[in-house]
Design a protein around this ligand. Structure first.
Ligand SMILES: *[C@@H]1O[C@H](CO)[C@@H](O)[C@H](O)[C@H]1NC(C)=O
Ligand SMILES: *[C@@H]1O[C@H](CO)[C@@H](O)[C@H](O)[C@H]1NC(C)=O
Length: 170
């Protein structure tokens, strides 16, 4: 369904946005002991140890009244040259990739805390609307993409109700 397309589109985006240096190229140096057995050499690149990125915390579920600003945090370590993306699951929308805002929604922005040992990537949603509710996914573009998500619940704003009420009385 839409989710698969989302990942495909995301990978494409990252391929376009990222530079070619982000792909790790392993130069195969010929061993001098050229014994014919070339059995599974994948583990023989002993000196290239690449730690996979991983999430260091869960994404909090948040409930906010409409009209508020909210931020969701996704904490990652060993990100290296991988990228973090934020998506809205139900809307099948890619919101941000790395520092870039992909969605045209002007209320969305992204920041990250680079002084944090475990980098936290914040998705900011200003002036939350009812339709912003749902599942927000944070994804790392590892070969097998790593994903976690949190829920945003939007409740009616008492203040907005009041404004509407006052307006209706005039
Ligand atoms: C590796 O060794 C093979 C066979 O010994 C040789 O044909 C090939 O050119 C070598 N490759 C490199 C990159 O040295
Ligand atoms: C958020 O809500 C979902 C579904 O209600 C739940 O499975 C998950 O554990 C919650 N996450 C946190 C961090 O509380």
């Amino acid at each position: 369904m839409g989710y698969q397309n989302l990942i495909g589109a995301l990978l494409l985006l990252i391929t376009i946005a990222g530079n070619s240096t982000s792909t790790l190229s392993l130069t195969t140096s010929n061993g001098s002991g050229g014994a014919g057995g070339t059995s599974s050499s994948s583990s023989s690149f002993g000196n290239v140890v690449v730690e996979e990125p991983e999430f260091t915390d869960v994404i909090e579920n948040v409930t906010v009244p409409a009209g508020r600003n909210v931020k969701l945090g996704c904490s990652v370590r060993n990100l290296g040259s991988y990228k973090v993306a934020w998506m809205h699951f139900e809307q099948s929308t890619i919101l941000t990739v790395h520092n870039h805002v992909i969605t045209r929604n002007p209320r969305i922005s992204v920041t990250h805390d680079k002084h944090d040992k475990h980098r936290t990537w914040y998705l900011h949603i200003n002036n939350v609307h009812e339709e912003d509710k749902g599942r927000y996914m944070c994804q790392i573009n590892t070969v097998a993409a790593k994903t976690q998500f949190g829920y945003l619940h939007v409740v009616e704003s008492i203040f907005l109700k009041y404004v509407e009420l006052v307006a209706s009385l005039n």
